[in-house]
Design a protein around this ligand. Structure first.
Ligand SMILES: Nc1nc2c(ncn2[C@@H]2O[C@H](COP(=O)(O)OP(=O)(O)OP(=O)(O)O)[C@@H](O)[C@H]2O)c(=O)[nH]1
Ligand SMILES: [Mg+2]
Length: 318
């Protein structure tokens, strides 16, 4: 936390975003969902992966009706390295009526205790279940579901390294929509014979509010251009100020906190020497701060944790 004295008064609501943001369901998601539904009969356990920075926002509530319901179901809240540890217990309490089994993971850490818990818990739950139509089958299938870019493929790779001692079996990437081929079947263990299905990220066809959409985009579950990088960085600034997270002041070398995104982006552009050349009315070149480039720097800093450990749903937990 910054030790700067913060004297400003900040915005209490965020305005300016188009409601179009709330309608987002590209064709590949609809197709992916249908293929997941067709496969559900051959699944013994569902592992829903979500981003620990938004444990309440943007989980696809429709999974309850479309793929979930009768199979054992584990919620994995991934990227726990990016939130303050004390939130884990608060999140568990908040979600305990919806999910009986919640595990927090950090996929880039092979010693992560959460990664070690997933497979034993899945086996225990499957053994306790009657496996419905699959009682005679000797192989066990786990389906990994969730919205885009939360780390579904990373969870699969981490489990595979742990139990099969084999490297990456499925592609991982920083932008949403990396896994497109539906139901890529990946072996997890030989005895007993376990497979995992990787699936593409499926967002809700309608996102409940503009702020939920903005939080989802800040966590890179939707591409930035749906909102626009400047608006997104403005929402980030609004959220940080409103919730008293002022690490950004020190990180970017600002003299004080500010609620004015143009002021902040101009400062970032100047300090990082990000400029663009434009022509003025007399056709001469003029140099201006590259505000879009600065917005990208600000968003990246948030996403890798340089602006502090931030749990974007903290305002919903109180
Ligand atoms: N900080 C952090 N980043 C992670 C973690 N797990 C995954 N990532 C990163 O998150 C991004 C998305 O990971 P993927 O495993 O591709 O996510 P996915 O859910 O399979 O994404 P889609 O297939 O696009 O839906 C990548 O840049 C990963 O390196 C984690 O525990 N902590
Ligand atoms: Mg993937």
């Amino acid at each position: 936390m910054s030790n700067k004295v913060v004297t400003n008064t900040f915005r209490s609501v965020f305005k300016t975003v188009d409601k179009e943001l709330l309608r987002w369901f590209p064709g590949h998601m609809e197709k992916g969902l249908k293929q997941m539904q067709n496969k559900i009969r051959s699944v013994d356990c569902l592992i829903e992966v979500h981003d620990a920075r938004i444990p309440l926002s943007g989980r696809n509530a429709d999974f309850k009706y479309t793929v979930s319901g009768v199979k054992p179901h584990i919620l994995v809240l991934n990227k726990v390295d990016l939130i303050d540890r004390h939130y884990q217990h608060i999140i568990e309490e908040k979600l305990k009526n919806e999910y009986q089994h919640i595990i927090f993971t950090h996929c880039r850490n092979q010693d992560c205790p959460g990664i070690k818990q997933i497979f034993p818990l899945a086996q225990k739950l499957i053994n306790q279940s009657d496996r419905f139509n699959r009682i005679a089958e000797e192989d066990y299938n786990i389906m990994i579901i969730g919205i885009p870019n939360v780390g579904k493929s990373s969870v699969i790779n981490a489990l595979r390294v742990k139990y099969l001692n084999k490297g990456k079996a499925t592609s991982v990437g920083a932008t949403p929509g990396v896994t497109r081929s539906v139901l890529h079947k990946i072996k997890l263990s030989d005895k007993p014979l376990f497979y995992m299905f990787d699936t593409p990220g499926i967002l809700s066809p309608t996102i409940s509010s503009v702020e939920t959409g903005l939080k989802l985009t800040l966590c890179a579950t939707m591409a930035d251009h749906f909102v626009g990088e400047r608006i997104l960085s403005d929402y980030l600034l609004y959220w940080l100020n409103k919730n008293n997270h002022f690490d950004y002041v020190t990180y970017f070398g600002l003299s004080d906190a500010s609620d004015n995104i143009l002021e902040v982006l101009t400062h970032i552009a100047k300090s990082k020497k990000k400029n663009i050349r434009l022509r003025d009315q007399t056709n001469n070149y003029i140099i201006r701060p590259d505000l879009d480039g600065a917005a990208q720097i600000m968003l990246r800093a948030f996403r890798v944790g340089n602006l502090g450990k931030i749990m974007l749903d903290e305002d919903l937990l109180v």
